[in-house]
Design a protein around this ligand. Structure first.
Ligand code: NAD
Length: 494
């Protein structure tokens, strides 16, 4: 593992990027914070500070929103023909692809993402941009049949200036996070997480290089409580697409309500992965474990509640322990690493606190249970059995490599436990019984149900939650609803 940024195996392009200005991107210029404030950049794999980035102010938000507003009003992007928008977005996707190494390396140094996960994350962002690139030519309105006296058109228009607020857990995903907004003709002010702010700078610069006009994509760095909040409250922002924790989501909804602003909420989860006795157990065990150890459990859809039918419980738990024992923990640059660091020391302490609560509330720790190593922020893969669904570890989103195994007897009980949660992001079902698969997918309260698979995604398929996991959809055709508004025009015929 690299002890300092100098020892990290970074490409020349990434080193040059890090040596350049790391700040806001407003009106196609990279700017420092107006008061000169900065936030340290910390590498989660070793806990070392390796640089700093601008820490924005409300004045900076004003400037970015002003730039986005001006661009929207004069139509430099909005009025471009759909074909031109498509060409530019495809060029942007191409540039992101040409910079795959840069995004992968940035993922690792500020987000702690291991290389094998970046191999999914970066191509998925490219696929997402290409998916949205196809939309500008297809955003039709409607002509509802009313009466012979009228022609009534229902036009689909861009919503305006969109504020896009994203978390730290998949930094390069930021490259695709504003593609839907652009496809619909909007201007964007993007606020990345202060804990993984670098990919947003690279993404905005590449969008501009691809031909997105200055002012259409802006990035403001800084704290959620200052920059994020100012963006949500700003009267020049028409809609907020938020991805992050349910707690922050609630706060944002309340603030956005003051101006009746449109919001989309992609929030947290506590997803059940339900294994029936008739499942292909080896495959199920591998994916159940993989979904919690992947990115050290810091994925919104992590299947952290593993519900196992009692008749196969012990056999199944043994399989998961065998699969998870001795997995290689380390920094993201080592291609053999299977479990990387969590984002920060504070987050590691929070995970340890939940593990202590699991023990104290009577769950049985059968694997892991402690932090790993002295340097950096690592936690062992941790499995609790004998978990009751009312225990804290089964209710709270831990966002770390901690799995709770909960036994059940039959389908009704599995559904009752699975749905007994404040969240509703995703669920997995492992069974070879086709009828049961259909019944379960109808009964589970989740935005996505995976049958005999888990965490499969495609930009064409909508993604989002129910209950505390949010509303509105990211990806797929439905994601365009937040980014557009409709206008009905009635023409009376003489
Ligand atoms: P977070 O809620 O702490 O922060 C998310 C973003 O919101 C950050 O950019 C932060 O600076 C900003 N923010 C914080 N307070 C704000 C405020 N008052 N006003 C405006 N913005 C504010 O979440 P996190 O810790 O960065 O990310 C982890 C969470 O994200 C988990 O709960 C995870 O499940 C969720 N997540 C959900 C999805 C999804 O698609 N449903 C995807 C990824 C992550």
């Amino acid at each position: 593992m690299h002890a300092t940024i100098q020892e990290a195996p970074l490409s020349r392009k990434t080193r040059e990027f890090l040596e350049g200005d790391l700040g806001h991107v407003i009106d196609a210029r990279t700017l420092a914070a107006s008061d000169g404030g900065t936030t340290p950049l910390i590498d989660p794999s070793n806990g070392q500070e390796f640089g700093e980035v601008a820490a924005g102010t409300t004045d900076d938000v004003d400037m970015a929103v002003g730039s986005a507003r001006q661009a929207f009003e004069d139509g430099r992007w909005r009025k471009l023909p759909g074909q031109d928008k498509e060409r530019i977005l495809r060029r942007y996707a191409q540039l992101v692809e040409e910079n795959t190494d840069l995004f992968s390396e940035l993922n690792t140094i500020d987000g702690g993402v291991i290389h094998s996960y970046s191999k999914f994350l970066v191509p998925f962002a490219i696929d997402g941009i290409n998916y949205y690139a196809g939309w500008p030519t297809k955003l039709h309105g409607l002509v509802p049949p009313v009466s012979e006296d009228f022609i009534t058109t229902q036009m689909r228009e861009p919503v305006g200036v969109t504020g896009i607020i994203v978390p730290w857990n998949g930094p390069s995903a930021v490259a695709a996070s504003f593609a839907a907004a652009l496809a619909c003709g909007n201007s964007v002010v993007l606020k990345p997480s202060e804990q993984a702010p670098l990919s947003a700078i690279a993404a905005a610069r590449l969008a501009i290089e691809a031909g997105v006009p200055a002012g259409v994509v802006n990035v403001v760095q800084g704290l959620g409580s200052i920059v994020g909040q100012a963006l949500v409250e700003h009267r020049g922002v028409d809609a907020i697409a938020f991805t992050g924790s349910s707690e922050t989501g609630r706060r944002i909804q309340a603030a956005a309500a003051v101006r009746a602003k449109k919001v989309g909420m992609e929030l947290g989860g506590k997803s059940p992965n339900i294994v029936f006795a008739d499942a292909r157990l080896d495959e199920a065990a591998e994916r159940c474990a993989g979904s919690v150890w992947g990115h050290a459990g810091q994925v919104c859809t992590a299947g952290t509640r593993v519900l196992v039918q009692r008749s196969i419980h012990d056999e199944f738990v043994e399989k998961m322990i065998a699969l998870s024992t001795g997995i290689r923990i380390g920094g993201g640059f080592d291609p053999k690493t299977q479990l990387g660091p969590v984002i920060s020391g504070q987050h590691l302490d929070r995970i340890c606190h939940f593990v202590d609560l699991g023990r104290a509330e009577g769950a049985e720790l059968v694997l892991g249970g402690s932090r790993h190593g002295e340097r950096g922020y690592y936690h062992q893969p941790t499995i609790f059995t004998g978990v009751r669904n009312d225990m804290t570890i089964a209710r709270e989103e831990i966002f770390g490599p901690v799995m709770s195994v909960i036994p059940f007897d039959d389908e009704d009980e599995a559904v009752a436990i699975a749905n007994d949660t404040d969240y509703g992001l995703a669920a997995g079902v492992w069974t070879t019984n086709l009828d049961r698969a259909h019944r379960m997918s109808q009964r589970l309260e989740a935005g996505t149900v995976w049958i005999n698979c888990y965490q499969v995604v495609n930009p064409a398929v909508s993604y989002g939650g129910m209950k505390l996991s949010g509303f509105g959809r990211k990806l797929g055709q439905q994601s365009l609803d937040l980014m557009t508004t409709t206008k009905s025009v009635w023409i009376k015929l003489a």
